[in-house]
Design a binder for this molecule. Structure first.
Ligand SMILES: Cc1ncc(COP(=O)(O)O)c(C=O)c1O
Length: 358
């Protein structure tokens, strides 16, 4: 018995189709596709009708090119290995005015997307003036060694926040830039801004003039915010362990390392389960429950390869212990404060869990 990470491929693809609906999406596949696996996810998203991908790592971008020779690939981080970017026809962000002036010759033949920094301040041109400066310098540049301006993009840092006005502020600033540039006669093959939250906040629609939504977590089956219904986004992932044995412990006894759990009642039944933080179960997640035989039981202590779950007489050795499935979703625990959807997913350890694509 070993704990298992498994994905129902058909459900994964159906969810991607439901998220995409009629829109053009760029699937964000960074960090090994939110830990679902880059190869698996790119292939599944292609089956769902998505042909554009983005990541932050050049290594992943090159791998996507190997898996998907015809795909459009957008690298969200600027890199300095221009040869690899060019040879693999990877589109790349233009992250600052300095970068442009320093590397404009090195960027020859590379498709760049001008980035607007907006409220996130992580990367990008600072304002409309800087964007126009690049566009004008580029237009006036008679060299045959020129980059190709193919896109315009930003990332909303507050799309997942509902109690503050920042999303509306950053959206307005961005739309103002898009509209001004288009009115000035500039053309962009690709315009993209919306992550999952911003895509759903707009009713699963793209903002005006946008060619793509740049969506991650919804494609992997987790809701970006809690007012969305579970029927809108479906989880295909199951993470489960097994009961190794059930032990009878008494009031006042301590279980787990360093007094982790003090037993409150005599004849408490504690299931010892073969999954722990070494498999990527977050300590915050272990403050909640697990499902055994369809019923939720409280987790009492977390160790590297084990956990204790307080159970009743119906639970026996070899029963399955569900930590995540369609009834116990990653996003449920996001909204309970365990950690971001992507944080819970990224923690899962594929080197110790058995990995199954069903
Ligand atoms: C620049 C950028 N765009 C899009 C996304 C996708 O976000 P989400 O997973 O919330 O859809 C991310 C994820 O962090 C990102 O960094």
């Amino acid at each position: 018995m070993t704990a298992i990470w498994s994905v129902d491929k058909k459900k994964f693809i159906e969810n991607a189709q439901q998220v995409k609906a009629q829109q053009n999406l760029m699937a964000v596949v960074k960090n090994n596709a939110y830990n679902y696996g880059l190869d698996f996810s790119v292939e599944a998203f292609q089956e769902a009708g998505i042909d554009t991908f983005s990541t932050t790592s050049l290594k992943e971008a090159v791998r996507i090119r190997e898996i998907a020779p015809e795909a459009t690939i957008f690298l969200m981080n600027a890199v300095y290995d221009f040869e690899t970017v060019r040879n693999n026809e990877i589109h790349m962000t233009l992250p600052s005015l300095n970068y442009y002036y320093q590397y404009k010759e090195d960027l020859a033949g590379i498709h760049v997307h001008l980035e607007f920094e907006n409220l996130l301040h992580r990367s990008g041109l600072r304002n409309l003036e800087e964007i126009k400066e690049v566009l004008q310098d580029h237009a006036n540049n008679n060299s045959h060694k020129k980059m190709i301006i193919s896109g315009l993009w930003t990332h909303f840092g507050y799309a997942d926040e509902f109690d503050v006005p920042e999303y509306e502020i950053e959206k307005e600033a961005w739309l103002n830039i898009v509209n001004t540039l288009l009115e000035d006669g500039y053309e962009f093959e690709m315009i993209h801004a919306q992550n999952s939250a911003a895509f759903y906040r707009e009713g699963q629609e793209l903002l005006p003039h946008h060619t793509h939504g740049r969506v991650g977590i919804a494609l992997y089956g987790s809701r970006p915010y809690s007012s969305l219904s579970e029927n809108q986004i479906h989880q295909s992932l199951t993470v489960k362990g097994n009961v190794i044995q059930v032990r009878d412990v008494n009031k006042g006894e301590y279980c787990g390392y360093s007094f982790a759990y003090e037993v409150e009642k005599d004849h408490t039944k504690l299931a010892v389960v073969d999954i722990g933080y070494g498999d990527g179960v977050l300590r915050t997640r272990a403050q909640h429950e697990a499902i055994i035989n369809g019923k939720r039981y409280p987790i009492k202590a977390l160790m590297m390869s084990h956990m204790f779950v307080a159970v009743d007489d119906s639970v026996t050795a070899e029963d399955e212990v569900i930590l995540y499935n369609e009834d116990m979703r990653i996003d449920e625990y996001t909204f309970k404060g365990v950690g971001a959807n992507s944080e819970q997913l990224s923690a899962l350890n594929h080197d110790s869990l058995i990995k199954e694509i069903r």
